[in-house]
Design a protein around this ligand. Structure first.
Ligand code: ASP
Ligand code: MG
Length: 434
């Protein structure tokens, strides 16, 4: 997989214990590798050393290694709980200050683990890199990464271990990138340092055609396109942080998603897949969905605008929107949104029912979205009908439908989700052959 040229690399460095480690790189070109490990891969001492050894494999082979780490195990959740005990409504700034400590623990412990094995490592937090973000605490976006310090440390033959998930903003405050954000840190570093490889290690073997806990013979994909991955990520297949995939696409960083606990190959996420575009690559579901229907809206211009601008002003994102045909001067508009926004949305709409000109609001919380994703869909007729046939055969009612170039989503009753996923998965023969 690495570019092969017959060069010899030889370097030596005295580590902190005074041993001289000589690393030889025979027959392979030195490449720069970014390796990111998630919390479960670091949950205890054994796992920390397991990761340390995987990092060392590349280092000993003569490669340059940048490591990005999440907080160990459930540390971030525990920190959140701790904060809530002290103050149920902590400021976002202080929250970020606290949450960022989880990653700082991981990187220092990993550097210690590697040093204890006799190799040189240095940990860096966002301030030390520095990695600059927008100022929004809790959901900051990386803007600029200064590569000088990391480059210097690599030149000194250090394994560089960087905190995931955090940055600093223009006030020199610590920010965080949102839950799961370490993936994004890894991709951003890979882009900034022009890495040859970016590996995201997690506790699953790669990206699957469906959640293996729901669909028994879901199959691991060898490859998937950025666009498909983006759809799957946003549909609740929580393998990768959404923004990491956006960033990877933007900068053309090829990702490998693989397990830290096995040697399996994993899934490559890239622009175009080797083979003919897969017709369908996966089925995903999202139970965190609710539906609101606003009934009896006047059938005249501006009403949809009024309704959705009120929601947008409060930062509420809606997803599938359906408007009924106007009859006798009135129409209904229904839409889906994340369950967590339901209460607020209903109160906004009820408080403005006159302006929207609706007569009442109906709510359905027990719904879920099931989606089929595939880059080949755009150029193939009949995918939708095959999907609907599968649902019909399984006697599952479709409440709403939406489509895009590479995705078809349906809204179904929440208790139908597992049956729907299995039926669709089976219909498209996505299953592993046994
Ligand atoms: N530790 C953070 C979280 O739990 C970031 C990450 O794991 O990527 O969300
Ligand atoms: Mg994650």
């Amino acid at each position: 997989m690495y570019p092969r040229t017959f060069t010899y690399g030889l370097f030596a460095r005295e580590n902190k214990q005074g041993y001289l480690k000589i690393c030889v790189n025979i027959g392979g070109k030195t490449v720069l590798i970014v390796k990111k490990f998630g919390g479960s891969s670091l949950a205890n001492k054994e796992r920390v050393f397991n990761v340390a050894n995987r990092i060392l494999e590349d280092y000993i082979a003569g490669h340059e290694v940048i490591v990005v780490l999440s907080a160990q195990g459930d540390t971030t959740d525990e920190l959140l709980d701790k904060a809530k005990e002290i103050n149920p409504n902590p400021s976002r700034r202080e929250m970020d200050m606290l949450l960022a400590t989880g990653e700082q623990q991981s990187v220092s412990l990993m550097a210690m683990a590697i040093e204890s094995l006799g190799y040189p490592a240095i940990s860096l937090n966002a301030y030390q890199v520095p990695m600059v973000t927008t100022s929004t605490y809790g959901n900051a976006r990386l803007k600029k990464i200064d590569s000088d310090r990391i480059r210097t440390e690599l030149d000194r033959k250090n394994i560089v271990i960087v905190t995931g998930f955090q940055g600093i903003n223009r006030y020199e405050d610590i920010t965080t990138l949102g839950r799961g954000g370490s993936d994004t840190t890894a991709v951003a570093l890979a882009a900034a340092l022009d890495a040859d490889k970016c590996e995201i290690f997690t506790d699953v073997n790669g990206v699957y055609t469906a959640d293996p806990r729901v669909v028994k013979n879901a199959r691991k994909l060898d490859e998937i396109t950025y666009d498909e991955m983006l759809e799957l990520a946003s549909l609740g297949a929580k393998v990768l942080h959404n923004r990491s995939v956006e960033l990877a696409k933007k900068y053309g960083v090829e990702l490998v998603v693989r397990s830290s606990l096995t040697r399996e190959e994993g899934t490559i996420v890239k622009e175009e897949c080797r083979m003919e575009k897969m017709l369908v690559s996966g089925v995903a579901s999202d139970k965190d969905v609710a539906r609101i229907a606003v009934i009896g809206i006047k059938d005249e211009p501006g009403k949809a605008f009024m309704l959705f601008s009120l929601l947008a002003k409060k930062g509420i994102n809606v997803d599938i929107i359906l408007q009924s045909v106007g009859r006798e001067g009135s129409k209904d508009i229904s839409f889906t949104l994340p369950t967590s926004d339901l209460k607020e949305a209903v109160s906004i709409i009820e408080g403005n029912l006159d302006r929207i000109s609706g007569s009442k609001v109906e709510v359905d919380e027990d719904v879920a979205k099931v989606s089929l994703v595939g880059a080949g869909m755009a150029s193939n007729a009949g995918v939708a009908s095959t999907m609907f046939e599968a649902l019909y055969d399984a006697d599952i009612n479709i409440k709403m439908i939406s489509t895009s170039e590479i995705k078809i989503s349906v809204l179904v009753d929440e208790h139908d989700v597992e049956a729907a996923m299995n039926a669709i998965h089976e219909q498209f023969k996505l299953a592993a052959s046994k």
